[in-house]
Design a protein around this ligand. Structure first.
Ligand code: MG
Length: 376
């Protein structure tokens, strides 16, 4: 069987209410999808994480390397893309294009072999994952902390047992917002904070000390992703677990985070770091260092299902009779594209989401709805 066509789609949607975090604001959401078709009519879908229009250009650049290839041989296709872009794309957005294509090939292969992705990865260690709500971004509101409390309570009403909020405005504002949210949700709910690398080591250390009384499950991207040894220094000086990895690429990049003992939790983004093929290798590498993996997940139902299959396959580490639930990021910010283009819709019941069992990624993409969001 041969791959005969590759099409990419940039989808955009304006937001009713812009929101921001420590680095920039969102007034629209955009995603890049890719569709791969074979000579026998099989179709696979993928999605990259990063600037959609640039990922789209990257896919067009990589297309000639893939046309004519057998989708069952996904690792050799991955290697071809990697070698041909190595000189100028060991990090960054072209790797997101590689990732999107790799994901589409896994979906395609699963449909051809009539197997869900988790089975092709080697099987599932769990039937369900526990999503945590990603939200609690900033707004220009004068009563931001009141808004955050209302939003956090809504997540509890939806059934979430874990919530992640943004920090990175200033140490004073962060602590005020954190105190308000923690008091509102009580001590039983897991609460994580994400600075999106807004702080220097000195500031991150000070914030960590201020946050310690508030039972924080992890401090995500406290400092710039380049400062591997500063991460380590922070880890050694705080009791709060440190998480990072959404700005890292390939097993070689993640090796830096691991070898420097920079993190307690590794947050690879499957749609950016090298796709499912490379993410499986990064998870094996993390296991050799005894570091937990909880993927960064952002985008449409395609990225969501990719993470479901991947997390299903992650080994419990260390294994024990009663293994803890595995967490999965579930973005709850406004994004009309997120769930409307794929079916079945995400079913969040009693605090958990089940692993899909249909072939490939286990979803259908509605191309009529894609046209609605596509740039003209
Ligand atoms: Mg983050």
């Amino acid at each position: 069987m041969k791959i005969t066509n590759i099409e990419s789609f940039v989808l955009k949607s304006k937001l009713d209410k812009p929101f921001f975090f420590s680095q920039w604001s969102y007034s629209e959401r955009s995603i890049c999808l890719v569709k791969i078709t074979t000579d026998e009519g099989f179709v696979g879908w993928g999605e990259g994480y990063g600037p959609a229009t640039i990922i789209d250009e990257g896919i067009k650049f990589l297309k000639p390397l893939i046309i004519g290839k057998d989708p069952i041989e996904n690792e050799t296709i991955w290697y071809e893309m990697y070698r041909k872009t190595l000189d100028f794309a060991r990090r960054g957005v072209l790797m997101a294009s590689v990732s999107a294509l790799d994901i589409a090939i896994w979906d395609l292969k699963g449909k051809i072999l009539d197997l869900p992705v988790y089975k092709m990865l080697g099987g599932k260690h769990r039937d369900r994952v526990q999503p945590y709500a990603t939200g609690l971004y900033f707004s220009k509101s004068k009563s931001l902390s009141d808004e955050l409390v209302i939003e956090a309570k809504n997540y509890l009403n939806d059934g979430f047992k874990a919530i992640k909020m943004k920090v990175g405005l200033s140490l004073e504002e962060d602590i005020h917002n954190l105190k308000c949210v923690r008091e509102a949700i009580g001590d039983e709910i897991k609460l994580m904070v994400d600075a999106n690398h807004a702080y220097s080591l000195r500031e991150a250390l000070e914030l960590s000390r201020l946050m310690e009384p508030y039972k924080i499950s992890w401090f995500e991207e406290p400092i710039s992703p380049e400062f591997y040894t500063q991460y380590r220094e922070l880890r050694e000086k705080t009791s709060i677990p440190i998480a990072a990895g959404e700005c890292e690429y390939l097993r070689f990049g993640f090796h830096q985070l691991l070898e420097n003992r920079s993190v307690d939790i590794l947050q690879l983004d499957i749609g950016a770091c090298g796709g499912i093929t490379e993410s499986k290798r990064i998870a094996s590498l993390a296991a050799t260092y005894g570091v937990e993996v909880i993927p960064h997940t952002w985008g449409s139902g395609i990225s969501f299902n990719v993470a479901l299959h991947f997390i299903a396959n992650l080994e419990p580490m260390p294994g024990r009779l009663y293994n803890p639930d595995f967490y999965m990021e579930y973005d709850r910010t406004e994004n009309p594209i997120r769930e409307s283009i794929t079916s079945p819709s995400i079913k969040f019941e009693n605090g958990f989401i089940n692993i899909p069992s249909e072939p490939g990624l286990g979803l259908k993409v509605n191309e009529n709805i894609i046209l609605k969001y596509q740039e003209k």
